[in-house]
Design a protein around this ligand. Structure first.
Ligand SMILES: Cc1cc2nc3c(=O)[nH]c(=O)nc-3n(C[C@H](O)[C@H](O)[C@H](O)COP(=O)(O)OP(=O)(O)OC[C@H]3O[C@@H](n4cnc5c(N)ncnc54)[C@H](O)[C@@H]3O)c2cc1C
Length: 436
């Protein structure tokens, strides 16, 4: 059976799909790949759209290496098997008194998968999720098992934080957690221009700020989230009504209409924009961060320098008005703190992340290309897991430490067993040599 990813952008047959249960088995596969000159890619939950996991060699799933390995309450550190899915471990962590400091929109990813592509949430004080990591256990390209700490191997550690499997197989991750907390989420509709004008104020006053804007609509849905001193919860019934009936069921209808009547997209988007629901609720942190996403879509997201975020969004709006693309998904606007991770899209300074989406049954190429040109005009950096067409030359310009990263890659993986044709073309700008 060919392997497909969540976004249905990939369909491929690896030479072997392997589910190791122990690190020793991974070491053996690394030796076998070196001998047979075959590549290895690891798959997490398959929630990336780009062909990061695509290989004609060994595809490793760490689905059988999941769970909590150790918890140190005093230091607030938790060590997990790298294949652990977030949605499985977060309720368990809550029960023992802890939460992650920040999360993205969903919790379906594996911990190593989410951390490897620069996955992020939003908030002035929060970097990409990988900034929460304090230790990795890695099996590199020669089969050596390494425990990598920032104090002992700062360069390798930083490179690993966003490395999409290029430095080896991550088997364990230690994450700094916080005492568990409740969050209050306030969602409300505001005029787009007002949101953009107030965005700096929202950022400063709220722990998390983001908004969704339906193209063609005059209004956006602002989401302001803060720690709540009082506990709270949402009844199953209410969550079902919000998540299943409206946010997924109603939204599916919107997308079907746009697919059937693409010319009516502007009217459909305006209707969907006005129909987004204002809401206020308090719940456990992990339940507020993540929402179920049942309507399948394709996505492209770039991080642009934070100062130009509002300007980039206005330019996107002008492009949409001029070109009138058929689209029925909102655009998402988030904020991520800068870091020093070589391949992080937030390297060197705070970034605004703007994401465009398209229902998976509608053509996305023209829309994404048009918006991507705007992102690139502002030196934006693509999210590695989301669709983009950035060339190796462009990536070199916007990632000043890319060459250095590739040097570390070669040291960690001398025979290039973790490199595939896709990665070779994106990062090296070259057609692939023998490995597949
Ligand atoms: C519905 C949806 C919502 C999303 N929301 C957000 C969001 O809010 N914010 C955001 O930034 N992104 C978001 N994403 C993107 C997603 O978080 C990333 O693409 C993430 O990397 C997917 O994790 P995964 O476990 O599926 O990894 P995969 O997609 O399976 O793999 C991602 C990369 O990690 C590597 N990898 C996986 N496990 C290991 C390992 N053990 N060792 C070494 N390398 C490994 C893979 O080789 C690959 O290169 C979303 C995606 C979807 C589909």
């Amino acid at each position: 059976m060919p392997y497909t990813n969540w976004g249905r952008t990939l369909r491929f047959s690896p030479y072997q799909l392997v589910y190791p249960k122990r690190e020793e088995e991974i070491v053996q596969i690394v030796h076998a790949a070196n001998e047979a000159k075959r590549s290895i890619r690891v798959v997490g939950a398959g929630h990336s759209w780009t062909p990061l996991i695509q290989t004609e060699g060994f595809l490793l799933s760490l689905d059988k290496m999941q769970g909590l390995l150790s918890l140190s309450p005093k230091e607030q550190l938790v060590t997990l098997w790298a294949g652990t899915r977030l949605y499985r471990v977060l309720p368990r962590l809550w029960r023992v008194g802890f939460s992650l400091a920040n999360q993205g929109d969903i919790d379906r990813q594996s911990i190593a998968g989410a951390f490897s592509t620069g996955t992020h949430g939003t908030g002035r004080a929060f970097g990409v999720l990988a900034t929460q990591v304090t230790h990795y256990r890695l099996i590199n390209g020669t089969g050596e098992i390494q425990d990598v700490y920032p104090e002992e191997s700062p360069e390798l550690f930083r490179a690993l934080q966003v490395s999409f499997g290029l430095l080896g197989v991550i088997t364990q991750v230690t994450v700094r957690v916080q005492l568990r907390y409740y969050l209050r989420l306030v969602k409300r509709l505001e005029r787009l221009e007002e949101i953009l004008e107030k965005s700096q104020e929202y950022l400063e006053r709220h722990r998390h700020f983001e908004f969704f804007w339906f193209p063609y609509s005059e209004v956006g849905l602002v989401k302001l989230t803060d720690v709540s001193e009082v506990a709270g919860g949402t009844s199953l019934w209410r969550r079902w009504m919000i998540d299943a009936v409206w946010e997924n069921g109603g939204f599916w209808v919107v997308n079907k209409l746009a697919q059937l009547f693409p010319g009516k997209s502007p009217a459909i988007c305006r209707f969907a924009g006005r129909s987004m629901t204002a809401e206020e609720r308090v719940d456990k942190a992990y339940r507020i961060f993540a929402s179920p996403r049942w309507v399948r879509f394709r996505e492209m997201e770039y991080g642009v320098p934070a100062a130009v975020g509002p300007e980039v969004l206005r330019e996107i709006r002008r492009w949409i008005q001029k070109h009138q693309p058929a689209v029925s998904f909102p655009i998402e606007y988030r904020y991520v703190r800068g870091d020093d991770i070589p391949l992080s899209p937030a390297y060197g300074g705070d970034r605004v992340f703007i994401a465009v989406h398209m229902y998976h049954r509608m053509p996305y190429e023209t829309y994404f290309r048009g918006i991507e040109a705007i992102f690139q005009a502002y030196e934006g950096r693509p999210h590695w897991g989301k669709l983009h067409t950035a060339s190796a030359e462009y990536l070199r310009r916007v990632y000043p430490e890319l060459e250095r990263f590739l040097h570390i890659q070669r040291a960690s993986d001398p025979n290039g067993i973790f490199i595939t044709p896709y990665l070779r073309s994106v990062l090296w700008g070259e057609p692939s040599p023998a490995l597949v």
